[in-house]
Ligand binder design. Structure first.
Ligand code: NAD
Length: 275
């Protein structure tokens, strides 16, 4: 496993396990498989309703707390200083841990204009030692500019939709210039047509790897943190097995050529739901 170092010195495994849409029934068993397979970073959220199972899988694993990196996020309906403080306590109870590794503002939800206040709660939690790193998710450049103007503690990460069809060059450059690491959600674009792209299938044949592994390797060489999700044991193992080969500059360029600014999720400006 490779690690990335945040602007505050804390390190995170560059590849973690995402658990969006993993059900309460499955969460303990699949997270346990991920931990047995070598994953040491888990990405959950209050909204996913599976924090308790993540905590239980960790407890069952026997892995020491300082080896595991746990991320969770405050949901839109809990934005605002006091509500975020309460949401944090609820998440900590569910996860059943003493200190969180990373807490993120899940979406800016700009219509409600609460993300600065929400982030100020994260800053307080960081100052109090309750969380080792704080950051944001789905923030566009204008949201980040405003946040950086108002915050004492800059975010360590911006977790955004990112894959070969949505490469986010401008946002990546802005984050790089401001010492904020990119964490890609939907790094595989949830499979589908991207896995059938000739450029991807040809590279898979060249390296004797799967399309998923080629795409994840591209992210890794882009210095991006990735959190692929799968509930299939063989795929969970496949997705972490990307550290024994390297794409050439020409291969990376070929994948860059696939960018078509195509989202599968909502644009952050349009994601203001509060339920
Ligand atoms: P993903 O790109 O990781 O795709 C997951 C899907 O791809 C799986 O359900 C499966 O259908 C397929 N897949 C995975 N591995 C495969 C393999 N090896 N071969 C074939 N198919 C495979 O998409 P995601 O789950 O949306 O994103 C990953 C994680 O990012 C989530 O679980 C969650 O933790 C996080 N996330 C965050 C946000 C946010 O707003 N911050 C939004 C969505 C997801």
């Amino acid at each position: 496993m490779q690690y990335k170092t945040f602007n505050n010195g804390v390190t995170i495994p560059q590849l973690g396990y995402g658990v969006y849409k993993v059900t309460e029934d499955d969460i303990v068993s699949v997270t346990s498989i991920a931990l047995e397979s070598g994953y040491r970073s888990i990405d959950t959220a209050q909204y996913y309703n599976n924090e308790r199972g993540v905590g239980a899988a960790f407890k069952n694993s026997g892995i020491s707390r300082d080896e595991l990196f746990i991320t969770t996020k405050v949901w839109n309906s809990h934005q605002g200083y006091d509500k975020t403080m309460q949401a944090f306590e609820t998440s900590m109870k569910e996860l059943d841990i003493e200190q969180l590794d990373m807490y993120l503002v899940h979406w800016p939800a700009p219509e409600h204009d609460l993300y600065i206040e929400t982030y100020q709660a994260l800053e307080q939690l960081y100052k109090d030692g309750r969380v080792r790193a704080i950051g944001v998710s789905n923030f566009e450049i204008n949201h980040l500019e405003r946040l950086l103007d108002h915050c004492d503690i800059p975010p360590v990460v911006n977790q955004i939709e990112c894959h070969p069809y949505l490469q986010q060059r401008n946002l990546k450059d802005f984050c790089k210039n401001n010492d904020i690491l990119i964490e890609a959600w939907g790094p595989l674009r949830r499979g589908g047509t991207l896995f059938e792209e000739p450029i991807i299938t040809q590279l898979a044949a060249k390296y004797d790897k799967t399309p998923a592994q080629i795409i994840l390797r591209w992210h890794i060489q882009e210095d991006t943190i990735v959190i692929p999700k799968s509930v299939t044991p063989s795929r969970i193992k496949e997705n972490i097995n990307v550290f024994d080969f390297s794409l050439t500059k020409e291969d990376m360029d070929a994948i860059y050529s696939l960018d078509r600014n195509e989202r599968m999720g909502r644009h952050p400006n349009d994601m203001n739901i509060m339920e």
